[in-house]
Design a protein around this ligand. Sequence first.
Ligand SMILES: [Zn+2]
Length: 348
Amino acid sequence: MLIHLGSGPSSGHNQIPLQACILGSAGVFCLRPESPLRTSSLCLVILLSACSSPAPVPICGEPAFDPDVMWSEVDYLASPELDGRYPGTDGDRAARRMIRERFECLGLEPLADLDGYDQFFEDSEGNQTGNVIGFLPGNDFAVRDEIVVVSAHVDHLGDGFLGANDNASGISGLLSIAQAATEREASRRTLVFAAFGSEELGFEGSYTMVDDPPAQIDPDNIVYNVNMDMIGSYDQTEIVYALGSLPKTPAMSLLKVLVEDYPELDVGLGEPSDESDNVPFCERGIPYVFWWTEDPECYHERCDKSGRLDYESMASIASLNFDLAVGLADSAEDLRAAVKPGVDVCGF
Ligand SMILES: [Zn+2]
């Protein structure tokens, strides 16, 4: 049975290769003859049950910031089969399983008191959902207890609202950054990678992580949050906002230099936001950067589908956020001094 056949975005800078996935009784075969997985693209993913959603091509080891790879991830997460990843649904569970399997394949460490990478919780609507959290320990004993949280939310609205830009794009960025982080030497500080559930209901996954944290994540040790929510529509307005990069913050100092390496991006610096998972962090004094591209046409609309995103720019934005995250994690600055415990630093 043919369950998916798609070509890349017509508006993108690169033509994305044809992909075909076929669901058989033993699993999913994905054929991407022109993809980065060219030689190994005839893949087989064993599914636990015949009615599971189509699983994505496993891509540990692929280039971290490859537009084609990111497209395939968004295409899976925003597929009709996952139906917008509404909390507590099969689509939500399939998306979290994909993230969990990638974390495992990349060798991220799970938190000791969690169920693997899963921090399960019941959201305010009674949905059984969760966060997926993995980490890479820092290597400098002086600052390795300090944590930089890289995050994106996994959930969306469901019922035909597939959420490609919001926020399959951010999850793809998160996976890319996690992969790139595993391919370099350890940072001085600890990096935590968090895919949050139930963001659309009011940042419930991120509130759960900071208000009811796993034992190994003391919120008082979190020194920065770099969050991605809707990074796939750069071509709509030709600007990406690094919201929260407020004057005199460590991120602002770093970004002023880092953006020079990304002449293809116009980066908006200096504005605040209280509209994504950065809020539970900045409300308690933790500085943040929240990467966001405006999407006037399809924000919270059914047209937010995978074929329309700007994957070239998305890859650049994720790469820039990686540079920022490891720049913070390795910074010689006193990042603890930038945290204002109990003070709202969201910027309003
Ligand atoms: Zn969102």
